[in-house]
Design a protein around this ligand. Structure first.
Ligand code: G4P
Length: 532
């Protein structure tokens, strides 16, 4: 392992930003980019106002709906660190995409609307983070509004999300009387001043917090916050790095993203608290980030990201080694060789040609179907990273073309959208009509929209009778492929193959599935498929 590689790994931070829709994730993302110098304020904020979309929203459909459909990637430098920020769709219908993004990060930044507290989508996302022991930083946003009392919020986060909360800052007042935040460690207060156009960092800082004049200056909120801070001093837990890294404790910050307030503290916390890339499990062994040889895993594929390019990009998280443009890579699943010359990194909204990357970085490899979700790339070693989840769909539709002459385009479009993970496409053993499976209803609408606009196909998407799907396998000890084939032959009317040819059983009712399970004890039924 070279010292240089280890240094590069240590200065990397890769995190996802998660929240319930409307909590302010997009706004905070923009402000993080702004504070790190990756974008200039004037243009981006105005563009956002005009088009109601942010730097991280790429697709037309996102603008129309005002929700983030695609997760996107941004890289910025701050202090001596390279920060990779992965945006996630807030809408629950796209949670599959979000789960996969969460497999590619080392930490998450959770944005909470101080008025609404913990909302359903936050809860769901947190469950995934907890299952993976992802460390979480918490940003409580919109303190410039009339919101919940900070102590009540803290209590709610602890109870609802099952983590202990360690406040690093504490607000003085709220809404019209929002005075600023006290840094509980430095014992100083940053005074709030509203406005989107300030570059930040130019606020007044008060260090003499025992000055009696402040009670008058900040009004009612002052005494209250002083009392609360005293209480926290006695009651709040100390920050425990280990508990944080295991996802049991979250540092909490208060602010107002739209007013550029509290953003600096979050950026500093990412550098100071969030972990550098760590070792990642593969089926064969644990892979350390500072190993000399390159390895990485595809966690997301997106077609036609930029309509003028009509391309397809595989997003790869670098797990180890040093990536250099033009190096020879092996796709472990297929054994195929790849020599990416036009790899891209993501600096704000611009795509830049990338020359090198290290563990923790996200690189985009344009390709025409060579790469699939979950693929491992190495310099030759037989490695397969684990943990990329596919969930059994809960909603099903049949899909046909309005114009039979477009059947080929429909298949091509669906294959690509399926490989991207936008939707699951099933090919029934009997019949020719394809089935679509999704976790959320909006996925169908997005697919219909994209089929029409990206592939020129008007698709007829109609309800299907299925309600449940389970992937099926059979262990070698129980009869293996032979027994599985016998099961498939006997159930042909309700078996379909997915995009990677994994067989699944589709049923109309849960009792039907239970009956099949009872009749076929040697077959295993899976609600979740991990890419292998
Ligand atoms: P999201 O990505 O989590 O869905 O949220 P987004 O950033 O789009 O913010 C949702 C709304 O909350 C936006 O208002 C945004 O301006 C507002 N917002 C974000 N941060 C703050 C804050 O600190 N204080 C206040 N008061 N509002 C905040 P909108 O009306 O939906 O959009 P727009 O017209 O402002 O663009």
């Amino acid at each position: 392992m070279s010292a240089d590689l280890a240094t590069q790994v240590r200065r990397r931070r890769t995190f996802a930003i998660i929240s319930h829709p409307d909590a302010g994730k997009t706004t905070l993302t923009e402000k993080l980019l702004l504070f790190s110098g990756a974008i200039q304020i004037a243009g981006s904020v105005k563009a956002r106002k005009a088009a109601r979309h942010a730097t991280s929203d790429w697709m037309e459909i996102e603008k129309q709906r005002g929700i983030s459909v695609a997760s996107s990637v941004m890289q910025m430098e701050y202090r001596d660190c390279v920060i990779n920020l992965l945006d996630t769709p807030g809408h629950q219908d796209f949670s599959e995409d979000t789960y996969r993004v969460l497999t590619a990060v080392d930490a998450a930044l959770m944005v909470i609307d101080a008025a609404n507290g913990v909302e359903p989508q936050t809860r769901r996302l947190l469950q995934v983070c907890r299952a993976r022991n992802t460390p979480i930083l918490t940003f409580v946003n919109k303190m410039d509004r009339e919101v919940q009392e900070p102590l009540a919020l803290m209590d709610e986060i602890e109870r609802e999300l099952g983590m202990s909360v360690v406040p690093f800052t504490w607000p003085v007042g709220m809404g019209k009387l929002f005075g600023g935040v006290v840094d509980l460690r430095k014992k100083q207060m940053r005074v709030f001043s509203p406005g989107e156009d300030r570059a930040g960092g130019d606020e007044e800082v008060l260090t003499d917090l025992d000055n009696p004049a402040y009670a008058e200056r900040f009004g009612m909120g002052w005494d209250q916050s002083q009392n609360e801070i005293e209480l926290l001093g006695a009651a709040a837990p100390e920050f425990d790095e280990e508990a944080f890294l295991e996802g049991h404790q979250t540092p909490m910050f208060f602010g107002s993203a739209i007013n550029n307030f509290g953003v600096q503290e979050v950026l500093d916390a990412l550098v100071d608290l969030a972990p550098a890339p760590g070792a990642r499990p593969s089926m064969q062994r644990e892979v350390k980030p500072e190993e000399a040889k390159f390895s990485g895993v595809v966690f997301k594929i997106q077609a036609n990201m930029d309509p003028s390019h009509r391309d397809r990009i595989a997003f790869l998280r670098v797990a180890s080694g040093h990536f250099e443009r033009g190096m020879r890579l092996k796709v472990v699943r297929s054994g195929k060789e790849l020599r990416p010359n036009t790899v891209v990194s993501f600096l704000s909204q611009r795509r830049e040609l990338l020359d090198e990357a290290f563990a923790g970085d996200i690189i985009g490899i344009p390709n025409h179907g060579v790469l699939q979700l979950g693929d491992t790339l190495t310099e030759g070693e037989q490695l397969q990273f684990t943990g990329l989840p596919f969930f059994a769909p809960e909603l099903f539709r049949t899909v046909e073309v309005a114009d039979p002459l477009k059947t080929k385009q429909l298949r091509a479009g669906l294959t690509q959208l399926g490989e991207e993970g936008a939707i699951q496409v099933f090919r029934p053993v009997l019949g020719t009509v394809l089935l679509l499976g999704a976790v959320g209803q909006l996925q169908f609408e997005v697919v219909a929209h994209r089929l029409e606009h990206e592939y020129g196909v008007r698709a007829r998407i109609q309800p299907a009778r299925y309600a449940l799907a389970r992937w099926v396998t059979c262990d070698p000890d129980d009869g293996g492929d032979k027994e599985l084939q016998r099961f498939i032959d006997n159930n042909a009317h309700r078996i379909a193959y997915d995009a990677v040819n994994a067989p699944a059983i589709l049923v109309e009712y849960a009792p039907e599935l239970r009956a099949v399970e009872a009749n076929w004890p040697k077959i295993k039924f899976h609600a979740l498929r991990e890419h292998a």
